[in-house]
Design a protein around this ligand. Structure first.
Ligand code: BEZ
Ligand code: FE2
Length: 404
């Protein structure tokens, strides 16, 4: 058992001072030091700086490790030119990032306080790096392909990747399933993959309503996706509508990534079916997809969390940076309320959406903790300053073990 007495605890919804935490793999007690010492007289003390803060480790539910080699290869500014540049440069990008390069991306996340991540895996080339990462990992095996004639082959390939991920036996590694998007996955494939996920109790995710081009293609089989599909895939209509896509997910709460272009009806449906939106503001800006309307999510009671997306549409895998950008992007929202909301969504709410018992400084939660040196006594605007000044992370615990 360890006992830590920081100056401040950010739970993340409550800011406490003068309290101690007793933890082993889990948080066992929170209270006055003398009370905890009575309960756990043999406990070891964790040394902390004078102005220390303990908060839950951050959760990044959406990253593409396989594309971590990108810096200037991909074309930013608008979705279709970006997607075309991904297809054009895919081999080089993937070939340019070996297991070592992907492990570096995992280490970058850890350095930035991310103790759990969701890796969306297209080819299972990231399996080794994800399996060896120090963090908790949801390994999202992705299914993709809109052509009916290819469905069986693609499903078999997907299943062999799922099975490979099931061979990884380590604590904190969870095989999971990603459906690429409504425009790129045939409904028959979606049905089979979701059925498998439900039967095996696996977490699911999908990209949904990311770009104006996707919205137009799904709504009216027109727009910038039309030449893409007619030329590359010999299709002149979308394989799903937005509505038919969502109907497939009715009984499987899923993490829906981006959702920038969804209308009120779609948002209402997302809330009704218990889905959670993953907000990736930097990716949305760089790919010209617009800004998610948080008021519209609120009105429709849609839950949302924060994600970085991959280095294919971001310059860093840093949720603090992502939250700071969100703080400035959603400038009409109250500053302190939004900062608190961002930190809550990046920890406890993300854990809930992923079905994990972490993300919170509370008794019974897994001890995934960040110890931060604030260098000064925090004000009541701590959430704002954490995002503005960044984190000076001194120690990180995952399941109560110190990692670095
Ligand atoms: C498809 O198979 O339809 C597809 C694959 C990748 C990107 C877009 C569409
Ligand atoms: Fe993504």
């Amino acid at each position: 058992m360890k006992i830590i007495t920081p100056e401040t605890i950010l739970s993340p919804t409550r800011q406490l001072s003068g309290m101690s935490i007793a933890f082993d793999t889990h948080i066992r007690a929170i209270g006055q030091l003398h009370e905890l010492l009575e309960q756990f007289p043999e406990a070891d003390f964790v040394e902390v700086p004078l102005h220390s803060l303990v908060m839950p480790g951050l959760i990044n539910p959406h990253v593409h490790l396989e594309f971590s080699a990108n810096k200037e290869t991909l074309k930013y500014g608008s979705f279709m030119p970006w997607l075309n540049s991904v297809i054009e440069n895919r081999e080089d990008l993937i070939g340019g990032c070996d297991a070592n390069c992907m492990s570096k991306a995992c280490d970058e996340m850890l350095k930035n306080g991310i103790t759990t991540f969701g890796a969306v895996s297209s080819y299972a080339l990231d399996l080794e790096a994800a399996a060896n990462a120090k963090q908790k990992v949801l390994f999202f095996n992705e299914v993709i392909g809109s052509q009916a004639t290819m469905a069986d082959t693609l499903y078999d390939d997907f299943m062999s990747r799922v099975e490979a991920s099931l061979q990884v036996k380590r604590e904190g590694f969870y095989p999971a399933i990603a459906i690429h998007s409504p425009y790129s996955v045939h409904p028959a494939l979606i049905k089979r993959a979701l059925k498998y996920a439900t039967q095996h109790n696996m977490v699911t995710t999908a990209h949904y309503m990311e770009s104006p081009a996707e919205q137009e293609w799904l709504a009216s089989n027109s727009g910038e996706f039309k030449p893409f599909f007619t030329e590359f895939l010999k299709q002149d209509y979308a394989v799903n509508t937005s509505e038919s896509f969502l109907s497939l997910f009715k009984d499987k709460p899923t993490l829906m990534t981006h959702v920038v272009q969804a209308d009120h009806g779609e948002l209402k449906q997302l809330a009704q079916d218990g889905h959670t939106v993953i907000h990736c503001p930097i990716s949305n800006r760089l790919l010209g997809n617009g800004t998610i309307d948080l008021e519209k999510l609120d009105v429709n009671k849609v839950s949302w969390v924060m994600g970085t997306d991959g280095l294919s549409s971001n310059y860093t895998l840093d949720l603090i940076e992502e939250m700071k950008i969100a703080l400035f992007m959603h400038a009409n929202r109250d500053l302190t309320t939004l900062a608190t909301e961002l930190l809550t969504n990046a920890t406890v709410n993300s854990a809930k959406a992923l079905g994990m018992n972490t993300g919170e400084i509370a008794v019974g939660k897994e001890a995934d903790l960040l110890i931060i040196d604030l260098e000064t006594t925090p004000s009541e605007q701590l959430p704002v300053h954490l995002l503005l000044h960044g984190y000076n992370i001194q120690k990180i615990y995952i399941n109560g073990n110190e990692v670095s």
